[in-house]
Ligand binder design. Structure first.
Ligand code: SF4
Length: 506
């Protein structure tokens, strides 16, 4: 598991993608998208668009009043017997969870899938304190067993084929299993069942936090989130502060959008509403519940009018499924917890552009992610904003670049306004390029033009436009006149022949 990575070299990472990845990823994302389309059509495309807008407005409203809603949430969680802890950074969050575990003498932790805990590198931290941590979501369990990392928000092991998983189970669990999803799930469930019963502490993230009642909402298909929250005596949820929504009406909107857009389901198999502790110490339910509210850079993101919309994300994963880049490279090349379009905008804001400045460029800007996002995050607008910032922080020279662009545009305008100047300019360029010419291409140019040739060669300037045009039309303008005249003559001859034929008939 990763804590905070070093610099992410997206381009370099794409050169080491195993050959099987694009096929495995595309077959899974294609399935997700087909299910999602069917669910949206069934709901009604027009109503769906209205619901997306409602979802967007609702999430944005909450972010704009985050301080108020968080205070209401804290009060309500505490009055239901939970304890709220605030973590400004990943380190603070790790310390809080580790200290709770050490105070309660925890040796075994069972954990439900959680992006927030991946983000803070919690597993590694607990393990280094001598605490065993077991992922209980099937995909996460497989990835943990393989010593790998998740490659998709909703399908962590989506990059692995059934055959790979059967081999893994054989090698690591000593069971011979056919490459069949159902049988493999049964084997994993049998392994996990016992662990839930003996664990000292359960940990999860959270899909939503309802401020009005202080309720934590877990949306899963396997029920493992509920087991983590209710079977061990201590339960800790680590949740980003942006996951808050005002009330139950808001939750109804979110629970309509999320499963349909993620997996094409009307609702997931389990929706667990955690509303405090098991005060009566009856059999089910943790007797100690801690909600760790994670900031880790989110307040900073909130300050920017465009960038803050990144925090509307409800982690449905649909933007990954539709993204042509993600579909060809998979999730690992994004270098951290979040991949695909949401990774390209969220990671640079959480880790900083020095580390993740390449990610906003990992996009074709086709806009498919904007159209599929259930809460209408303007992903391409955010990508462009981050690209400009990345250029500024990489070169510190955006001002001089703009001056150069302006000068270049002015020179081009001058040349295009005078045919003579244009001709001279074109001839001069053909001579100037000679030292850099290789097989009809300019693979490497000196600064500042190397900003282009660093990533792709420039075709050579071959000839001026008018020469090219004459050549393309097989001859000079004189030839054109001759050809036009010959066409007119032929038309004349055809008309005379027609007239003669008509006279003969009458
Ligand atoms: S950005 Fe939108 S589409 Fe992508 S994961 Fe978040 S909510 Fe889903």
């Amino acid at each position: 598991m990763k804590t905070s990575p070093g610099k992410i070299h997206f381009r370099r990472n794409t050169q080491n993608i195993p050959a099987r990845i694009p096929g495995a990823v595309q077959s899974a994302t294609k399935r997700f998208l087909a299910l999602r389309d069917a669910a949206v059509n069934e709901y009604g495309a027009e109503h769906w668009q209205e619901l997306r807008q409602i979802g967007h407005d609702l999430r944005l409203h909450t972010l704009e009043h985050l301080d108020t809603y968080l205070e209401v949430l804290e009060k309500n969680v505490e009055s239901a017997g939970g304890q709220v802890q605030w973590a400004r950074t990943a380190e603070e969050a790790r310390n809080i969870v580790r200290e709770i575990a050490q105070r309660r003498n925890v040796r075994r932790v069972v954990k439900a899938k959680s992006m927030a805990t991946e983000e803070i590198g919690l597993n590694k931290d607990l393990q280094s304190a001598g605490i065993s941590v077991l992922e209980t979501d099937l995909g996460e369990f497989i990835v943990q067993l393989a010593g790998d990392s998740p490659s998709h928000i909703t399908g962590p092991a989506l990059h692995l084929r059934k055959e790979d998983i059967a081999e893994l189970f054989h090698a690591r669990l000593g069971v011979v299993a056919p490459p069949d999803a159902e049988q493999l799930s049964r084997i994993a469930a049998a392994r996990l069942r016992h662990e839930f019963l003996v664990a000292d502490m359960g940990i999860s993230g959270g899909n939503f936090l309802v401020a009005d009642t202080g309720t934590l909402v877990l949306v899963t298909n396997e029920g493992n989130g509920r087991m983590c929250a209710t079977l061990p005596p201590v339960y800790v949820a680590v949740v980003g502060i942006e996951k808050i929504i005002p009330d139950w009406q808001s939750l109804a909107v979110m629970l309509t959008l999320l499963p349909r857009n993620a997996t094409g389901q009307k609702m997931t198999a389990y929706i667990s509403l955690i509303g405090g502790v098991n005060a009566a110490s009856t059999e089910d339910g943790a007797t100690e519940f801690h909600l760790v509210l994670l900031d880790n850079g989110r307040s900073e993101i909130l300050r920017h009018r465009i960038l803050r919309e990144t925090l509307l994300c409800i982690r449905c994963g649909a933007c990954l499924n539709i993204c042509p880049v993600y579909n060809n490279v998979g999730g690992h090349v994004y270098g951290w917890v979040y991949s695909g379009p949401i990774g390209a905008i969220l990671t640079p804001q959480l880790l900083g552009l020095r580390k993740a400045g390449e990610l906003p460029f990992a996009s074709t800007l086709c806009g498919a992610c904007n159209d599929i996002c259930p809460v209408k995050i303007p992903i391409t607008e955010i990508l462009l904003c981050l690209r400009q910032r990345a250029l500024e922080s990489a070169t510190g020279a955006i001002g001089s670049q703009q001056t150069m662009l302006r000068l270049g545009a002015q020179a081009t305008a001058l040349a295009l306004a005078s045919s003579r100047l244009y001709g001279w300019g074109a001839q001069a360029l053909r001579v100037i390029q000679l030292p850099f010419l290789r097989n009809g291409w300019l693979p490497r140019l000196p600064p500042p033009l190397n900003r282009w040739t660093n990533s792709r060669p420039l075709p050579a300037f071959r000839t001026d436009f008018r020469k090219w045009w004459r050549h393309r039309n097989h001859g000079s303008s004189k030839t054109w006149r001759t050809r036009a005249r010959s066409i007119v003559n032929k038309a004349d001859q055809a008309a005379s022949a027609l007239r003669a034929w008509y006279r003969r008939r009458t």
